[in-house]
Design a protein around this ligand. Structure first.
Ligand code: ACO
Length: 405
């Protein structure tokens, strides 16, 4: 090794245990009691409860309570939690003026990052993270206001006036109304859409230490306030590899266009010289059927069958799933439809534009980020995050004045 290279491995060996683990695939960054994942068996549990039972029998705010408190609420606790979240849904009127600074065509996620982060300027009490009561109030404020801000971002993008939240509606119905009601026209929330959206929120509530959640924990490990931490989570979620996958699925289904064109795209997905992949297939953790994907498929049927809505892309999706699941390439690599495969179709049927998909994901995941943030603050073993690195840059060298370079 030349003198101009620093031997990081030797330095690391001198300082004790050192592991090089890109993407932290083998290194646990924390202990957690919130979400259990067994990707090989296709199991996802929140606080021990299987995701399919929660999605079929619970509602989103019940799951929020479970994630935050560790136990399912009693009827009284549930009513109190619902009441408190519902009564935090309004945002300060000054926030409406904050929106005017954005271009009309701003992506809803850029508005979400900014407006959620801006909440810390309104709730100074909630930024005292040493007080457990303030941690809980901040959590309820965020869970309550995230859908209001997401709906405002949507309304702003289409040039319609904001619709204020209504306390007599459940979480999903309120959100649908804030997005789709227009002044001077009666708006009735479709109960099938409301149930489907509530389920989508449940299915996206938490997934252990994925990129956005690790981001929230890392940001929060320095003592940053919860609004800023959740804004950091939204920024991470915005990436196409994380929160943008269902949008990519719809794009792909539209490109395929008709069931008879599927073999051509299957062949492309198998061709190693072609960068094309079947969007909505495969998962970093789930090497068996993602249990959330099955519920999503059933929900898609409910929405499309019960309402008599038809979408040619649904036929393409069904046929693509059938063909891929009987193809050796996909079987051998354990590539199953993931949670994003059907969610975009459902959201499209409800009337959401694709740019809103990641914003809806952010609304749903807010509780997961908060539960993990709270767990980290309350863990006596947690430390400020400071991942190690394997330095591979230049060795020591002298500064050269600009005229001599
Ligand atoms: N289509 C075709 N081939 C695929 C696909 C796919 N969707 N996914 C994986 N493969 C192949 C790879 O080419 C590789 O083949 P090889 O062994 O012959 O080289 C093998 O399967 C393993 O692939 P990896 O990329 O190593 O698997 P990894 O677990 O790292 O990737 C990922 C998971 C990124 C999700 C991948 O399956 C993918 O790109 N899927 C499509 C995008 C998508 O749907 N993303 C959403 C994920 S869900 C979520 O984030 C909420």
């Amino acid at each position: 090794m030349g003198a101009d290279v620093i031997d990081m491995r030797a330095l690391a060996a001198q300082s004790g245990l050192f592991s090089f683990d890109p993407g932290f695939m083998s290194t646990a960054s924390c202990e957690s009691k919130i979400t259990f994942l067994d990707g090989a068996a296709g199991v996802l549990l929140h606080r021990g409860y299987p995701i399919d039972q929660l999605a079929e029998r619970g509602d989103y705010l019940e799951v929020c309570y479970l994630l935050l408190h560790g136990e399912l609420p009693t009827a009284e606790e549930k009513a109190d939690f619902d009441y408190r979240v519902t009564h935090h849904t309004m945002v300060h009127e000054q926030m409406a003026r904050f929106f005017q600074g954005f271009r009309r065509d701003a992506h809803p996620m850029s508005i979400m990052v900014a407006s959620i982060g801006a909440l810390s300027a309104f709730y100074h009490d909630s930024t005292d993270i040493t007080d457990p009561m303030q941690r809980m109030i901040a959590s309820m404020r965020l869970i309550a206001k995230a859908p209001t801000l997401a709906a405002m971002a949507y309304k702003y993008s289409i040039g319609q006036p904001f619709v204020y939240p209504r306390n007599d509606l459940d979480y999903a119905s309120n959100f649908l109304r804030m997005c789709f009601a227009v002044p001077a026209e009666e708006y009735r929330v479709n109960p099938v859409f409301a149930r489907a959206l509530d389920r989508i929120f449940i299915l996206h509530a938490d997934l252990a230490q994925v990129a956005s959640t690790s981001t929230v924990r890392l940001a929060g490990s320095s003592g940053a306030d919860p609004f800023a931490c959740v804004a950091a989570g939204i920024a991470s979620l915005w990436g196409p590899a994380h929160g943008g996958a269902n949008e990519a699925v719809l794009k792909m289904l539209s490109e395929i266009g008709a069931p008879e064109r599927i073999p051509h795209f299957i062949a492309r997905a198998k061709d190693k010289g072609d960068p094309f992949r079947l969007m909505g297939f495969g998962h970093r953790i789930f090497k068996n059927y993602d249990p959330r994907a099955k519920i999503m498929q059933r929900t898609a049927h409910e929405v499309f069958d019960q309402l008599g809505v038809s979408d040619p892309l649904l036929d393409v999706a069904h046929e693509l799933e059938r063909v891929a699941l009987s193809d050796d390439y996909f079987i051998k690599r354990r590539l199953f439809p993931n949670v994003d495969f059907y969610s975009g179709l459902i959201l499209r049927a409800m009337g959401f534009p694709t740019a809103m998909f990641p914003a809806l994901f952010a609304v749903a995941r807010t509780v997961g980020w908060l539960a993990q943030w709270k767990e980290m603050i309350e863990d006596p073993n947690s430390r400020m995050g400071h991942p190690s690195q394997l330095y591979t840059g230049a060795g020591p060298r002298d500064y050269v004045p600009i005229e001599k370079r």
